[in-house]
Design a protein around this ligand. Structure first.
Ligand SMILES: O=C(C[C@H]1NCCC[C@H]1O)Cn1cnc2c(c1=O)CCCC2
Ligand SMILES: [Mg+2]
Length: 505
């Protein structure tokens, strides 16, 4: 097993594929666009599930499970948002050698699966707020170039769907979930994101408004949508007749309920890897790493006496059980057919945050040598202080990963007021915050006119690469002050806000 042979800056997608497979996070599968999540990446997803499940349960959300199959008459009930995506819907048309009477869709999302039953179960305003979530997988038969974790034909996610008596109650739900999404990124994945609202062009067509957390990939200078939380208004309750009797009296008209839906998927793992990992392999933030520490015996040669060897191994095993008892996710590498040096590279490839080297000299000093994966720094830690020092070291690593990524994002998010500067900044791997008029046609124009090189030439179209046109990423909640008379970055209309634009995934 050799290390990474591709440079992150020179061949980003080749590098990305290599560290995922060599770091044993993922393997390729014989159905195109589908991948195997191996334990190292599934462990990340489990940490995210643990964190988020606790939050939503504290908010009164119940988990449930609905069938993955959707009949065509039900799926096509939500006309406007399905037909836009219809090419992505996968259908079952045959079982064994006999064709099905009616083809059956595999869920691409579960609105049309769940909402007919919401209409059946929700009768009185006392049933509200009604909150359910599914941890499941969905299928979208994407035709664009697949990317592990970022664009796959099946992915794991959670999809939350809530029902409220009022618009405001639903809005509160949307924003609470958005805050928890931001917290997953910041506190678990050490990834900074910008919270905001999607423009009319980019929002979920079936909803009222879409909120989002937007990430940034420094190597490509591209923005990436991290998760979305939608206010659906009464669009779906009118379509599926999800109503409650009026609390003010049964003679009053029934109330169409106000709904939300929100989703975060295994795409987050791809974002984390792309931001933190390096040319030695994966760098996994400690709070989501399958193993936070790996213990490796060192300093043993063919001349070392059996007594010393045994003492090193027994000390390692004691250390391992002590750290496990204090809640650290620890593993060890006692393979006697590999050298310590080989092991160091192997565990760096896997991205384990801290390596503990344990040798006769260390034990003589009653210490171990801790080596950080993020900076490579080495620090001797007293054996009897490990229980307190190691958690601190892991938190320091998390903080460093987050601050490093935040500085990069802040440095590459530039304020632009002149169109002549817009494309130039994109070509310097920046995302742009610019005054904007809010008109959808203007956004289309910005996308068309921004797929340019600095000399004004178009980029040659590479069907494998995502487009070079800049999309709106979000209207950030934190807005620069909009001075009266400020013009839209692209057209001469008055600007109504500052919007973040960027090339994206
Ligand atoms: O899925 C959503 C909205 C919503 N679904 C639930 C989780 C939150 C949010 O993603 C949008 N959407 C995306 N993609 C597709 C559809 C779709 O509705 C329907 C048809 C197939 C492809
Ligand atoms: Mg899609």
């Amino acid at each position: 097993l050799i290390g990474v042979t591709v440079d992150k800056e020179k061949d980003f997608s080749g590098w990305y594929q290599q560290i995922l497979t060599k770091g044993e996070m993922l393997d390729y599968y014989d159905v195109s666009g589908c991948y195997i999540m191996r334990p190292a990446s599934y462990a990340v997803w489990e940490q995210i599930q643990k964190f988020f499940d606790e939050k939503i349960k504290s908010d009164g959300v119940a988990n449930a499970y609905f069938p993955m199959f959707v009949s065509s008459k039900v799926l096509e009930k939500e006309k406007d948002h399905v037909e836009g995506f219809a090419p992505e819907v996968a259908w079952v048309t045959r079982a064994g050698s006999s064709d099905l009477e009616e083809p059956i869709a595999i869920r691409p999302t579960s609105e049309t699966v769940m909402y007919p039953y919401y209409a059946k179960w929700i009768r009185s305003h006392r049933d509200l707020p009604f909150k359910m979530n599914q941890w499941n997988s969905v299928v979208r038969w994407e035709f664009k170039h697949p990317q592990p974790f970022l664009r796959t034909r099946e992915f794991l996610w959670q999809e939350g769907h809530t029902v409220h008596l009022t618009h405001e109650d639903a809005e509160g739900q949307v924003l609470r979930i958005l805050d928890w999404y931001e917290e997953i990124y910041r506190e678990l994945l050490a990834v900074p994101v910008v919270k905001g609202v999607k423009t009319e062009n980019e929002k979920f067509a079936g909803g009222k408004f879409t909120t989002t957390v937007e990430g940034y990939i420094p190597t490509t200078g591209r923005g990436i949508q991290g998760a979305t939380s939608h206010h659906l208004g009464q669009n779906f309750s009118k379509m599926f007749n999800i109503t409650v009797e009026n609390p003010e009296g049964s003679d009053k008209p029934k109330i169409y309920t106000h709904q939300t839906s929100w989703g975060l998927s295994t795409r987050v793992i791809g974002v984390m890897v792309m931001i933190h990992s390096d040319n030695k392999g994966l760098v996994i933030p400690p709070r989501v790493s399958q193993y936070q520490t790996v213990i490796i015996p060192v300093g043993l040669t063919s001349k070392t006496t059996k007594e010393v060897v045994d003492n090193v191994y027994s000390s390692c095993k004691d250390l391992e059980s002590r750290l496990k008892a204090s809640g650290i996710r620890v593993t060890s590498d006692y393979r006697d057919n590999y050298s310590p040096g080989w092991k160091f590279s192997n565990w760096e490839l896997k991205g384990v945050p801290v390596r503990l080297e344990v040798g006769p000299k260390d034990l003589a000093n009653k210490s171990v040598l801790a080596v950080r994966r993020d900076t490579g720094a080495k620090v001797a830690i007293k054996l009897d202080e490990l229980d307190t020092e190691l958690p601190k070291l892991l938190d320091a690593i998390h903080e460093n990963l987050y601050q490093t990524a935040k500085e990069k994002f802040d440095e590459h998010r530039v304020l632009v007021h002149e169109w002549s500067d817009f494309v130039h900044q994109l070509n310097k791997k920046n995302v742009v915050v610019a005054p904007w008029c809010g008109v959808p046609e203007c956004e289309d124009e910005i996308k068309d006119k921004s797929a340019k090189q600095d000399n004004g030439e178009d980029f040659e179209v590479d069907e494998k690469a995502p487009s070079m046109g800049a999309k709106s990423l979000c209207i950030p909640y934190s807005q620069p002050e909009l001075k009266a008379g400020t013009k839209c970055i692209r057209c001469e209309k008055a600007a109504i806000n500052y919007t973040m634009f960027g090339r994206s995934y």
